[in-house]
Design a protein around this ligand. Structure first.
Ligand SMILES: *Cc1c(COP(=O)(O)O)cnc(C)c1O
Length: 399
């Protein structure tokens, strides 16, 4: 596909109040009105361009929201305090008590826990499916299905969702396709491929400096306006807003996202290829042995590579743990959860980020104990990094 999601972001100009090259930071919770009548109109959503109260909109968070809508090619967006709140308010807004969600069985651990343990409190039922098997998705549809939920590249198994196909299925049963695009900003544009709502944890690649938590919801103006409706909008009433100082800092970081994504992808391809060559079992969507490699090639935007995430399988948790500790000692990166940072991060999903998934279910989905998930950093000399990793793997006896 020839869409370049960064172009519109670079065309988006907002000057600071005194002509600053960065937009001014609106450090206010509430806003004055010269006329009482304008305030009333704003409450009724009739007064465009007026700011009322920062839980609703703040000019600085709105700038960041616009930037997100530019890279996702959506009409509008809304910024949240975390990726989890973006997911939870979207789902709570789309579903009423008695409704049903179909979800990929491999998702971020927090999302899995929300779907499995929390939403049942509101009498919202969830069926987990292998999202790459479309017959399974179709079979799970019920008259009360309101949402099909997936991640473009799933965590931690790195399966690729066929967004156009899933959008067709959702459209046929009048459900909404909600897609978490956290692993693959710029690489995929889910809303352009048919998703109704695209979600991000800004905490990861988009911010890229691991100094804050944040989230975003990208969709139609109609959906965003209904989320922030003062009478019954889930965003407005549950209130997970982001502070304007943070929004300003994330907006600046977004302008290097294209360079970072290319470097993350290039480094991940290098490490994955060389680890495979020395006999390690590697899962990377950039390899033609990956089950959805061709699908990814078909759906991805050109130019940003196959992403910064890959997994290796060292068979046992004990070996995986020893390898990770050795890699941290050798300055390969950090033994830490999360991803999209400028340094390499690695963790063992089965006992950390996916530990919410019961062990027997982990086995069924292929999430084995010896799995290590890598989020590859922006290393300038990746050959040198590989030599260090190789030394660690030799030390723990796997090569
Ligand atoms: C981290 C993450 C989330 C949750 O985001 P927070 O910002 O930590 O709340 C959701 N989905 C995916 C794929 C993630 O990696």
């Amino acid at each position: 596909m020839n869409f370049d999601p960064i172009l519109d972001l670079y065309d988006y100009q907002v000057f600071g109040e005194f002509g600053g090259v960065n937009p001014s930071i609106e450090d206010s919770a509430t806003f004055t009105f010269l006329k009482a009548e304008t305030m009333t109109q704003t409450f009724h959503g009739e007064s465009k361009g007026c700011f009322l109260y920062s839980r609703h909109w703040n000019p600085t968070t709105k700038n960041l929201a616009t930037a997100l809508s530019k890279i996702e090619g959506t009409e509008d967006a809304w910024i949240t305090a975390s990726g989890m709140s973006a997911i939870s308010i979207s789902l709570l807004h789309l579903c009423n008590s008695g409704d049903h969600i179909i979800s990929s069985r491999t998702t971020y651990g927090g999302t899995y826990a929300l779907l499995k343990n929390y939403l049942p409190k509101f009498n919202i039922e969830v069926t987990f499916v292998d999202i790459t098997k479309h017959e399974e998705v179709e079979k799970a549809i019920r008259p009360n299905t309101k949402v099909i939920y997936t991640e473009t590249m799933t965590n931690p198994l790195l399966e690729i969702s066929n967004i156009p196909k899933l959008a067709d299925i959702a459209n046929k049963c009048n459900a909404k396709l909600v897609v978490d695009n956290t692993f693959t900003p710029l690489i995929f544009s889910p809303s352009r491929l048919g998703a109704h709502v695209t979600i991000h944890s800004l905490t990861k690649f988009i911010n890229g400096t691991n100094d804050t938590i944040g989230g975003a919801i990208c969709s139609t103006s109609e959906f965003i306006n209904s989320l922030i409706d003062v009478n019954n909008g889930s965003a407005m009433l549950l209130g997970p807003t982001m502070d304007s100082l943070r929004a300003a800092s994330i907006l600046k970081n977004m302008h290097t996202l294209h360079l970072r994504m290319r470097q993350h992808s290039k480094n991940a391809m290098y490490l994955a290829t060389h680890l495979q060559e020395v006999g390690i079992k590697v899962v990377y969507p950039g390899f033609d042995n990956h089950p959805q490699h061709n699908l990814m090639k078909e759906l991805m935007n050109s130019d940003y590579g196959y992403g910064g995430m890959f997994t290796i399988n060292l068979k046992t948790l004990k070996t995986a743990t020893a390898a990770m500790e050795a890699m941290q000692n050798e300055n390969v990166g950090y033994l830490a959860v999360s991803l999209g940072y400028f340094k390499t991060l690695f963790s063992s999903p089965g006992s950390s980020t996916s530990s919410e998934i019961p062990h027997d279910e982990q086995v069924v989905m292929g999430l084995t104990d010896g799995l290590i998930r890598f989020s590859v950093g922006l290393d300038s000399n990746i050959e040198h990094t590989f030599e260090r990793i190789k030394g660690c793997l030799q030390k723990v006896g796997v090569i």
